[in-house]
Each structure stands twice: as C-alpha cells, then as structure tokens.
Design a binder for this molecule. Structure first.
Ligand SMILES: Cc1cc2nc3c(=O)[nH]c(=O)nc-3n(C[C@H](O)[C@H](O)[C@H](O)COP(=O)(O)O)c2cc1C
Ligand code: SF4
Ligand code: SF4
Length: 250
C-alpha cells in the first residue's frame, strides 16, 4: 500500500505512478482511515510533499494518530517531493515510522515544480513543463530502485537536522491563516472550502472565511480557485501564477 498526501497533485501523481509500476494501490490519507496493516511480502510506501524542510503537519498528524503495523518482511520506503531541498523531511518520516515499530528500508526524493508560490515563480508554462519532464526522469529512476527493493537514504539534497528547530518556527508562523486574502473577483463557488483537507475554510455570505487560526498550508485553495481569487502574504502569489500537476485532479 502506498499512502500519500498531496496539496496540488505532485505527490498524488508520484504515488499513482509507483503504484502502477509495482502492482500496488495508492491511497490518500484524506480517504484511507486510520488502520494500516501491511502483510507479508507487501510494500509500505509513504509519499509526501516537503513543507518548510519538514513533513507537512497534516501528514505528521496522520502518522501520529494512525495504527500502522507491518510484517517484518515488508519493504518500507518514503518519497519526499520537493522544489529546492527535502531538508529534514526524510529523517522526520523515519522517526514517525519508528514509533510504529516500522523500520524504513529506503528514502527517496523527486524534484518537482515548487508550489510555494509566495517565493517561487510558476507563471511560465514552458518552464513548468520542463520541470515536470525532469521529474518524470527522476521518478522513473526511483521506481526502478523500488522495484529492486534498494535500501538506504537516496533523498537529496540533504540538510543537517540542526536546522529543524528554525524551520519549525518558520512553518508554524507561516501556517497562520491570517496570511490569506480574497480578491473581489471571487464568485462564491465554495470550491476552496470543499477542497480544504483540514476544513479550515467556511463560506459566509458567499465568501471564504478562514475559521481556524492555522492550516496545513498545502495551498490547494489558492492553486485550484477558478478565479485565482485567493492570495497569500505580500502579493507575490498573483505574479507567480497557479499550479497543479497537469496529469491529476484533486
Ligand atoms: C508551505 C509549503 C512549504 C514548502 N517548503 C518546501 C521546502 O522546504 N523545500 C522544498 O524543496 N519544497 C518546498 N515546498 C514545495 C513542495 O514540497 C513541492 O512543490 C511538492 O512537490 C508539492 O507537492 P503536492 O503538489 O503533492 O502538494 C513547499 C510547498 C509549500 C506549499
Ligand atoms: S474557490 Fe475561489 S471563487 Fe470559489 S469561493 Fe473560493 S475564493 Fe471564491
Ligand atoms: S486553507 Fe488552503 S492552504 Fe490551508 S489547508 Fe486549507 S486548502 Fe490548504
């Protein structure tokens, strides 16, 4: 079984491609229940985006709340997708799995378009297409390693775990929903509220209102809004465009 979280489709795509190549099934943590039991000879894959060099809060919470058991013969692997560096996310996930008595066999990473558009510019479709083309090549290599049950930490570029304290503080602050704004062009369709994986948005008088102080910051609401009405932070997000993986829907 391959479990994944995906804000804008990159991890969903990666999880589904691995599942197709290894005759496995990919299941989103948003739909899979909290009981994961991996039998003799099966694989346990965990696919997640890097958020502030860490495992995203929603994935971390899932790993803490779920019951996960795996036969000793199970091949357990992780894949972190990322834009610049997966940072400490592989080590984070290894620790989370260890709490369930699951020993990680291999950690991988795949560089993909960076959906953190408060900083990164995804407004050039040709550039984004090339990034996804390169990602496909990396993914093919990762799939080959999974098929041969390779072991070890193949996630790159790595970061010293010491930075984790700083990234934790930055992530915590960035997750404040007061960072979001809604532009006049909002048509009140409610898609942002419907798609939010942590139910942080409610529609009030046909406008989205963030009713939780923090969210998991997947940016799904911003990237999928049909009018591109949701912005984050100091205004760069509008310039930097919307993104979701071209081959999947969420
Ligand atoms: C809040 C946030 C923080 C991010 N932090 C990092 C990071 O620290 N390092 C990195 O390389 N990419 C970072 N990214 C980029 C994502 O990890 C990357 O685009 C990922 O493939 C998105 O996967 P998804 O489409 O399945 O959500 C971040 C994205 C978001 C939304
Ligand atoms: S998805 Fe966009 S247009 Fe629809 S309600 Fe949300 S902000 Fe408004
Ligand atoms: S409010 Fe937006 S960014 Fe935050 S968790 Fe929900 S969909 Fe993701």
């Amino acid at each position: 079984m391959i479990i994944y979280f995906s804000g804008t489709g990159n991890c969903k795509y990666v999880a589904e491609q691995i599942a197709a190549a290894t005759n496995d099934k990919a299941v989103s943590i948003e739909n899979c229940g909290k009981q994961i039991h991996i039998k003799h000879g099966e694989n346990l894959g965990v696919v997640f985006p890097t958020h502030f060099w860490e495992v995203p809060a929603i994935m971390r919470d899932f790993m803490k709340q779920a019951t996960i058991t795996a036969d000793k013969s199970a091949y357990a692997f992780t894949v972190a997708t990322y834009g610049t560096t997966p940072g400490c996310s592989g080590t984070d996930m290894k620790k989370l799995l260890q709490k369930h008595g699951v020993d990680l066999c291999a950690a991988f990473s795949v560089k993909m378009p960076d959906n953190w558009t408060p900083v990164f510019d995804l407004s050039d479709p040709e550039k984004v297409r090339r990034q996804n083309e390169n990602a496909d090549k990396q993914l093919a290599a990762v799939i080959g390693k999974i098929q041969s049950k390779a072991t070890g930490n193949h996630a790159n570029p790595k970061a010293p775990y010491a930075v984790r304290k700083l990234s934790d503080r930055l992530y915590d602050k960035a997750r404040r929903t007061s960072n979001f704004t809604v532009e006049e062009c909002c048509i009140g369709c409610g898609m942002c509220a419907k798609k939010c994986p942590v139910q942080a948005i409610e529609m009030q008088h046909k406008k989205p209102v963030w009713t939780k102080a923090q969210c998991t910051l997947c940016l799904r609401c911003l990237h999928f809004c049909p009018k591109f009405a949701i912005q984050y932070g100091d205004g760069k997000t509008r310039q930097h465009g919307q993104y979701h993986h071209p081959k999947v829907d969420i």
